[in-house]
Write a protein that binds this ligand. Structure first.
Ligand code: ACO
Length: 431
């Protein structure tokens, strides 16, 4: 028998279909509720609202499960590469060697920026946050490829835009960094793979080529894979919402960069390291910061803890914590912030306040320590997240375009402003 849900309003009953997902997740389809009853549903922060059906990522926050296209994140982080994972997310299947080689070759073709684009970097203040520049330059790609700005781009056209975005985002990111440290840009090299090429653009100089270290490349590989998608999070929802108005892919993804920037989302990795630094200055007194976060009269939060959907340990944080320890050991770095992070996590996991609210370390808690060990400055951490999330944004935009059920995203509201009143000419207004 088909499952239905019944809503009773003022004695009248209304039945709604129940939708079941692959993993037996349930949703009540209330899309006809307003038409039938004139009522809407209200769900601040969309904590309980599904905006679409998606075949990209499965997440069970209660059990700490995350899979891309069915494949557990632990397997991808251990065995795949970022490029292969990007292909999987965007195309839906793991590639054959031939498909992967073609995909990777398109990145080499699209790595450089149009020379006129360099003016954007010149005009941006060196101390300006790199996410502002990243978002602006990503959006402005639309001005350089007008032939691709179609309402319904073909599969081939989407593939070109995807390759451009995935490849150019690391060039833009590296140039953003070079601008911030007032150093000349280092162009991409055709002979280098994705991550070594990024490190080369970040850290090589005219006199000295950056020495590629496998441990660094592997750590970044893991981080990028773990950031590649996370279903309907704030930035991906922003991409889908903007794209639902038929805005082009560059503009939609640029909105994703802006949404990611916020400290409650991808900006948290920067905030975590700044918080750990503050704790270090307070002589490692983690309890002081825990007490501040628990104070009901304040709004201070422990950055890198808590998640809207994980009510268990974030599976990404588990892997990243291990990689942070491994990388620091391999590079022979003793970072006091790692010890403080472990101490803070231990204290938080024993604390009733955090246990009752099911607050665990999230993806941003340990990632910054890896970036820091590589020599990437804190303001660039959200940019690193954006490089990683690019495949997810593209995959969701593509899925949204192909879904015949997609309508322009347009939530409703309950109006709580003043009732109707008349306009008063300025001369008659009381001061
Ligand atoms: N420190 C202290 N208390 C917290 C924290 C935290 N990091 N996170 C949530 N809480 C508390 C809230 O104060 C609230 O307490 P209350 O019930 O007494 O009012 C309760 O836990 C529930 O919190 P909400 O804000 O309702 O949870 P929500 O799902 O809306 O927010 C969020 C999730 C934004 C991630 C939140 O946990 C947070 O601010 N964390 C810190 C920022 C962070 O690390 N963001 C990165 C998230 S991962 C990502 O986006 C990539």
């Amino acid at each position: 028998m088909e499952e239905t849900a019944r809503i009773i309003i003022n004695g009248a009953t209304h039945d709604f279909p129940v939708i079941t997902g692959t993993e037996d997740e349930k949703a009540i389809d209330i899309s006809t509720l307003r038409g039938k009853t004139s009522y809407i549903t209200l769900d601040s922060g969309f904590g309980n609202t599904g905006a679409c059906a998606s075949g990209i990522t499965f997440l069970d926050g209660e059990k700490g499960v995350l899979r891309y296209r069915g494949i557990p994140i632990e397997e991808l982080a251990g065995e795949s590469t970022f490029i292969e994972t990007a292909y999987l997310l965007i195309k839906g299947e793991l590639p054959t060697q031939k498909q992967l080689d073609k995909f990777a070759a398109s990145f080499t073709r699209h790595a450089s920026l149009h020379k006129d684009m360099l003016h954007f970097f010149k005009g941006y203040p060196a101390a300006g946050h790199p996410m502002g520049l990243l978002s602006a330059v990503v959006c402005s790609l639309s001005g350089y490829y007008p032939e691709l700005l179609k309402t319904d781009p073909t599969e081939d056209e989407i593939e070109i835009m995807a390759a451009q975005l995935l490849s150019k985002v690391r060039t833009i990111a590296a140039y953003t960094y070079r601008k911030s440290v007032k150093k000349p840009f280092v162009p991409p090299r055709a002979d280098l793979r994705y991550i070594p090429n990024f490190l080369h653009m970040m850290f090589s100089t005219a006199k000295k080529e950056y020495k590629i270290n496998d441990a660094v490349v592997n750590a970044l590989q893991t981080l990028l894979i773990l950031h590649a998608d996370h279903e309907q999070n704030c930035s991906t929802s922003a991409v889908r919402l903007v794209g639902s108005s038929w805005a082009n892919l560059y503009a939609s993804v640029s909105a994703g960069v802006c949404a990611l920037w916020g400290p409650l989302h991808g900006g948290a990795n920067q905030e975590v390291v700044e918080m750990l630094e503050e704790i270090r200055k307070a002589k490692g007194n983690v309890q002081k910061f825990i007490d501040k976060a628990k104070d009901p009269n304040g709004n201070y939060r422990l950055m890198g803890f808590g998640h809207r959907v994980y009510k268990n340990y974030d599976p990404r944080a588990k892997i990243i914590k291990q990689r942070a320890h491994e990388l620091l050991a391999e590079l022979n770095i003793r970072d006091p912030l790692l010890d403080i992070a472990v101490k803070l996590e231990d204290a938080v996991l024993k604390d009733d306040y955090f246990a009752q609210r099911k607050l665990y370390p999230n993806v941003d808690f340990y990632s910054g320590l890896i970036y820091k060990a590589i020599g990437i400055p804190t303001a660039m951490f959200p940019v690193m997240f954006a490089i990683g999330r690019m495949p997810g944004w593209i995959a969701h935009w593509k899925e949204m375009k192909a879904d015949p059920k997609t309508r322009i995203g347009r939530p409703r509201q309950i109006y709580i402003g003043p009732p109707k009143k008349s306009y008063v000419p300025i001369q008659q207004r009381q001061s």
